[in-house]
Design a protein around this ligand. Structure first.
Ligand SMILES: [Zn+2]
Ligand SMILES: [Zn+2]
Length: 278
């Protein structure tokens, strides 16, 4: 299996240049992972599936269509050029596509480091985007969708797309990774942000087994509140918001829901005040 994969890899590097693979190849992988992971959530909303949906509200078909059309435009006019211009930096830092492929241990360590770095940069950048002027002129575009649905994860003002791109490629840019590491990192980061915006909190969601992982419920809270009161600014983990106290509203709500759940199971008749308190 490994040798078959290596043969496929050899075919790629013998037929395409590093530049083509790092820019166009990365763009194709990004588009593939993004739309294939995001479209099922859009279909679920179209079919009106309410079970496990975090909010009752659904987006209109016009709003869904608008999101997809703008994404296609921004991806080709902002994301692709960003991948092209960042190539020299990657190359300068030691980027390679050659065999041997990196070990799973090296790739896992690098990708975990990229997640931690990205989360840190995203947290502070996102808090900054929630200041009055930047929110009004830049970040409000992403918040047009108070009920997110997977594909809205990358629906943002071009300046914010550049910031998101910077946070994502900062880790790889300073370490000059192998192309395979870069592609896996990009894919899991896309899967993570699409899941955080999917609008559904499933019993099998990663956030239920990994407490420091934010996930859909954590980020959905950020979208449905006013920009001055939202909190939950991190992209992947929850510890930055916990350290800096920007998750207090969310924790309070979770505690209320948990109290209500326990009260319901013991004395169902006293739950009305707790519902109102939300
Ligand atoms: Zn925000
Ligand atoms: Zn968001």
């Amino acid at each position: 299996m490994a040798s078959l994969f290596e043969s496929g890899w050899l075919y790629l590097i013998n037929n395409f240049s590093d530049f083509q693979l790092a820019s166009l190849g990365s763009f194709i992988i990004h588009e593939g992972v993004f739309f294939l992971s995001g479209l099922p959530y859009l279909m679920m909303e179209c079919w009106g599936l309410q079970k496990y949906k975090i909010q009752r509200k659904m987006n209109t078909p016009a709003a869904q269509e608008k999101c997809v059309l703008w994404l296609l435009l921004y991806h080709s006019c902002v994301n692709l050029p960003l991948m092209v211009v960042s190539y020299p930096v990657f190359k300068y830092m030691g980027f390679t596509s050659q065999l041997p492929l990196p070990s799973w241990k090296v790739m896992s360590f690098q990708i975990l480091s990229y997640f931690i770095l990205e989360d840190f940069i995203f947290y502070w950048g996102h808090r900054f985007l929630h200041t009055k002027w930047l929110y009004k002129h830049v970040h409000s575009v992403h918040h047009e969708y108070a009920t997110p649905f997977g594909l809205t994860s990358e629906y943002a003002h071009p300046l914010e797309i550049l910031f998101l791109g910077f946070a994502t490629i900062f880790g790889p840019a300073i370490t000059g990774p192998h192309l395979l590491t870069l592609w896996i990192w990009m894919s899991v980061r896309v899967l993570e942000t699409v899941e955080a915006h999917c609008g559904y909190d499933f019993p099998w969601s990663l956030s239920r087994v990994l407490p420091i992982y934010g996930g859909a419920d954590f980020h959905d809270y950020h979208h449905r509140l006013l920009y001055t009161k939202s909190g939950n600014y991190s992209s992947t983990f929850t510890y930055m918001d916990w350290i800096f106290g920007t998750d207090k509203g969310y924790r309070k709500l979770k505690a209320l829901k948990s109290d209500q759940y326990h009260t319901d199971s013991i004395r169902p008749e006293v739950n009305t005040t707790l519902v109102k308190a939300e």
